[in-house]
Design a protein around this ligand. Structure first.
Ligand code: UDP
Ligand code: MG
Length: 329
C-alpha cells in the first residue's frame, strides 16, 4: 500500500447457499464484530457485510432482505441461479471492490473463527495487502476430510502450484489486489491458486476451525473431488506431460524388447512372426504416446493462452523528476 489508511472501509463478503438455518446467527455475530471494530477505530463506520445469495432454494434471500431493512451493516446480492461457491464469492468481491479499502471473504456457516477478523485488519493496517487465514487445527473435520484435504495440498504443490497450506477462502484482500483479480478472465475459478499469483505483501493469520453452526456441508464428496480436479487442471499441465513421460518410458522398453526379440530370434527359440509382432506392438505403442504427449504440449500452451492471464502486475511506478517538471511547465 502506498499509504496506510487509518480507518479503512471493510466489506465482509459472505457467499450463501441454502443457509437459512445459520444466517440470523451469522448476521448477529458479524454485526457485533463490525460495531466493535468501528468503535475502536480500526475500521470505518461505513463498513458492511455483503451477503451473496448463490441461487438458494430456501429462505436465505428473504432473511438477507429483511435484515437489510433493519440492520445498517447488511447488504445483499442475489445471483439469478446457483453459480457455485467460487463464482458467488467472486461476484461479491467484484461488487465490493469499488466501495471498499479492503474485503474479507468468509463462509456463512461460522466454521471459521470470526475473532481472526480483528487480526486481519491489524495486519492490513501494518501494510499487508493479502492476509491468509490458515487453519491451526482440523480436529473438527472428519478423518476422511482431513486426509483427503492433506493429499490435495500435497498433490497441488507437487504439480508446481503455489497455494497456502491449510488455507481455504478465509482471507483479506486490499482494493488493489481486487483490482488485479478482476484482470484474471478465466472461467474455471480457483481463487486459492489465483490470489498467490497476484503477489504484493502477504502474511498469514492462524485460527481454529469450528464445526458447522447449523445445516450441512454444501460440498459433498462429488463436488469436493470436482473442485480438487479443477484446481489441479486449471493450474498445471503436469498431467499432460505425464503422457510424454510414459511414452518415452515405453519407447525405452521397446528398445529392450527389440534386443531381447532379436536375440531370441537368432537363438531360434521363437515361433515364426512373434518377433515382428512384439516389436511393432511396443514400438508403435511408445511412438503413439510420444506423439500424444507432443500434441498435449501444444494443447497445454493453447490452454495457457486462452486464459489470458495478466503477464505481470505492476506495484508502483516512480515518475522521474524530469517528467514531473515538464508536466508542470
Ligand atoms: N456455497 C455457495 N454456493 C455453493 C456451495 C456453497 O455459495 O454452491 C457457500 C456456502 O453457503 C458456505 C460456503 O460456500 O457459506 C462454503 O460451503 P460449505 O460450508 O458447505 O463447505 P465446507 O465448509 O463443508 O467445505
Ligand atoms: Mg463450511
Amino acid at each position: 500500500m502506498d499509504s496506510i489508511i487509518s480507518n479503512p472501509v471493510l466489506t465482509l463478503v459472505i457467499p450463501c447457499y441454502n443457509e437459512e438455518e445459520v444466517l440470523p446467527e451469522t448476521i448477529s455475530r458479524l454485526t457485533v464484530i463490525l460495531e466493535e471494530l468501528a468503535e475502536s477505530e480500526l475500521i470505518s463506520k461505513h463498513s458492511k457485510m455483503l451477503f451473496v445469495d448463490d441461487g438458494s432454494r430456501d429462505h436465505t434471500w428473504d432473511i438477507i432482505a429483511s435484515y437489510n431493512l433493519k440492520n445498517p451493516f447488511v447488504s445483499g446480492l442475489k445471483l439469478a441461479k446457483n453459480a457455485g461457491h467460487q463464482n458467488a464469492l467472486l461476484s461479491g468481491l467484484m461488487e465490493a471492490k469499488e466501495t471498499s479499502d479492503c474485503v474479507i471473504s468468509v463462509d456463512a456457516d461460522l466454521q471459521d473463527d470470526l475473532n481472526a477478523i480483528r487480526e486481519f485488519i491489524i495486519k492490513f493496517k501494518e501494510g499487508y495487502d493479502i492476509v491468509y487465514g490458515v487453519r491451526k487445527s482440523r480436529t473438527t473435520d472428519t478423518f476422511f476430510k482431513r486426509s483427503t484435504a492433506q493429499g490435495f495440498y500435497r498433490v497441488m504443490s507437487k504439480m508446481g502450484v503455489n497455494i497456502v497450506y491449510n488455507h481455504a477462502d478465509y482471507r483479506l484482500m486490499s482494493k488493489r489486489v481486487l483490482q488485479e483479480l478482476s484482470n484474471f478472465k478465466e472461467v474455471n475459478l480457483f481463487l486459492r491458486g489465483l490470489v498467490p499469483l497476484i503477489g504484493y505483501k502477504s502474511t498469514e493469520v492462524y485460527y481454529d476451525r469450528h464445526e458447522r453452526f447449523a445445516g450441512e456441508s454444501k460440498y459433498p464428496l462429488k463436488k469436493m473431488l470436482a473442485f480438487a480436479f479443477d484446481g489441479i487442471t486449471s493450474f498445471s499441465v503436469t498431467p499432460i506431460r505425464l503422457i510424454s513421460a510414459v511414452g518415452f518410458g515405453m519407447f525405452g522398453i521397446s528398445l529392450l524388447i527389440a534386443a531381447y526379440t532379436l536375440i531370441s530370434k537368432f537363438l531360434g527359440t521363437t515361433v515364426w512372426g512373434w518377433s515382428s509382432l512384439m516389436l511393432s506392438i511396443w514400438f508403435i505403442g511408445g511412438l503413439q504416446l510420444v506423439a500424444l504427449g507432443l500434441i498435449g504440449e501444444y494443447i497445454g500452451k493453447i490452454y495457457k493462452e486462452v486464459k489470458q492471464r495478466p503477464k505481470y502486475i505492476i506495484e508502483t511506478i516512480l515518475d522521474s523528476q524530469s517528467t514531473l517538471n515538464t508536466e508542470n511547465t
